[in-house]
Design a protein around this ligand. Sequence first.
Ligand SMILES: Cc1cc2nc3c(=O)[nH]c(=O)nc-3n(C[C@H](O)[C@H](O)[C@H](O)COP(=O)(O)O)c2cc1C
Length: 200
Amino acid sequence: MIRTGSENMDNPDPAEFGILDGISEVIATTRSDSGIPNAAPIGIIWNRDRLHVQLFSGSHTRQNAARTGKIVANITHDLMMYVECTFEDPGPEAFEYPGGMDYPVLKRASAWILFECNQSKGNMFELTPIRGVIHDKPMLCINRGKNAVIEALVHATRYRLNGDAQYLDLIRHYDRIVQRCGGDREKEAIARLKEIMEIR
Ligand SMILES: Cc1cc2nc3c(=O)[nH]c(=O)nc-3n(C[C@H](O)[C@H](O)[C@H](O)COP(=O)(O)O)c2cc1C
């Protein structure tokens, strides 16, 4: 079901969804050949009027996007969702298949765009918007606490890759910013990240 009051568009303009010049962080949802939904933070790269994602080998997102030729960008400002989707996947109850679509989106997204996704070169996949829905357009000021949760998460993924302890110090640094500038939800998100990373 598409929620009442939602705007539903074919061939949507990503700029209307807040996907602008530079790299926009979203939660990408995909599904496997057998229909298992997956969610992970991914950056959408807007470069000279072209949209791409860079999908590194080894992730479910890359495998699913390459096999199905589709990917959904879910726009959300709920940082807890970013933490939950980075190292684990939310349960099936977090996903929905609006209007009979055979591709999953996050129930709690403010908006989403379904893209056709074609591998262009190496790890780069070019995106073409097919369909999009906007549920709500929160007017958000820049909040250093929200940004700090994202930075901490990026360092957490790097720590997982190479175990370099400097990343743990960086996570602690961003934790201090979250404690100073974040709201309750951002504090819960960084606490969950520290729990996953076993940082005291
Ligand atoms: C803020 C943020 C942005 C990310 N951007 C990307 C990206 O653009 N491409 C990518 O391959 N991985 C990116 N990652 C890492 C993936 O989210 C991570 O590898 C995840 O575990 C993949 O999950 P999956 O195996 O379920 O697809 C990002 C992580 C964070 C926290």
